[in-house]
Ligand binder design. Structure first.
Ligand SMILES: NC(=O)c1ccc[n+]([C@@H]2O[C@H](COP(=O)([O-])OP(=O)(O)OC[C@H]3O[C@@H](n4cnc5c(N)ncnc54)[C@H](OP(=O)(O)O)[C@@H]3O)[C@@H](O)[C@H]2O)c1
Length: 288
């Protein structure tokens, strides 16, 4: 079996990657604060801020492929150290042993003025997180010429619910009013879809940037209303609001063009409505 190293294995995407790769890959998955347990993979603690730790683990595991998901948005300083320096450590160590690197990036490295961004659009970040991810992308491109940089959007799932979905459901169930923006457009991606696409990419030769997201552009408000209805909750608890009037600096339309991913990947990239229709047939909405 080929060897796969997943950084951020204890994260939302990392856990789904492990679940899908068990039995198909020899997996080492890293955690930082939240220890990982399970069968079919090796869990190990690693701090991406520590170049020595990253290089030592890479030399010990000698992965064929590294999927780098680890990150934080805790503070600007933490982003500098984890997203920027950490990614440099991972990219250099992966290059050092000739591993294929798949680096997770984001749609919010754009200013959001235009939308439908293609892989050729250069980053134009307006937030500290977007800036850190844009710098990390540049580091990956410079340090690891074979790498794939996957730009994705809101990662969504119900098993367990992703943190944003959990927040919407808990707020509505507890009668807390929530405000969601009607002018902020994203392409939510089902966590299983994204994990499948990443594992498919691990076996392909593609290098460079690739947009991988759900094939439906929705506002945050529309996403919240869909989730509420899906779980039998009253969407009236969600108040529509305008990001443009919030006083916050936020990119508005970060929708991604998925043409290249559709041509390259066999993994379908369903939009949220399609995902919810499938989940409904599985009765997920009555279980959470
Ligand atoms: N979530 C989204 O909607 C979204 C949207 C677009 C792009 N992305 C990208 O997708 C990737 C995965 O997102 P996610 O939601 O799965 O993340 P997540 O659930 O927040 O997980 C983050 C992971 O990073 C690890 N980590 C944090 N600090 C670390 C450090 N110093 N050293 C090593 N590991 C560290 C965490 O470990 P512990 O938990 O053990 O501390 C955790 O495993 C990220 O690169 C993100 O930029 C996410």
């Amino acid at each position: 079996m080929r060897r796969l190293l997943i950084t951020g294995g204890s994260g939302y995407l990392g856990r789904r990657l492990i679940a899908l790769a068990v039995g198909r890959w020899q997996i080492t998955a890293t955690y930082f604060c939240h220890p990982l347990h399970g069968d079919g993979f090796i869990a190990t603690r690693m701090d991406v801020r520590d170049a020595g730790q990253v290089a030592a683990l890479m030399a010990q595991v000698r992965p064929d492929v590294v999927i780098h998901t680890a990150y934080t948005t805790e503070s600007e300083e933490a982003m500098q150290r984890v997203i920027i320096q950490g990614t440099r450590h991972v990219a250099q160590a992966a290059m050092g042993i000739g591993a294929r690197l798949i680096h997770l990036s984001t749609d919010v490295l754009f200013d959001g003025r235009r939308g439908h961004y293609t892989e050729d659009d250069p980053p134009s970040p307006i937030t500290p997180y977007g800036r850190a991810k844009a710098i990390a992308e540049a580091i990956v491109a410079a340090e690891a010429s074979d790498a794939v940089i996957v730009r994705t959007s809101l990662i969504t799932g119900f098993d367990p619910p992703d943190p944003r979905t959990r927040w919407v459901l808990d707020s509505l169930r507890e009668g807390r009013e929530i405000r969601l923006f009607t002018d902020e457009f994203r392409c939510p991606v089902w966590v299983t879809t994204l994990a499948q696409a990443l594992l498919e990419l691990a076996a392909l030769d593609y290098r460079g940037v690739l947009n991988v997201a759900g094939d439906q552009v929705l506002t945050r408000y529309e996403i919240g209303v869909r989730l509420a209805r899906f779980f039998g909750l009253d969407p009236a608890g969600i108040t529509p609001a305008l990001a443009a009037e919030s006083g916050l600096v936020r990119p508005l339309d970060c929708s991604l063009d998925l043409g290249l991913a559709r041509r390259l990947l066999r993994t379908p990239l369903p939009g949220l409505d399609e995902v919810l229709a499938v989940q409904e047939t599985m009765g997920i909405n009555s279980q959470i």
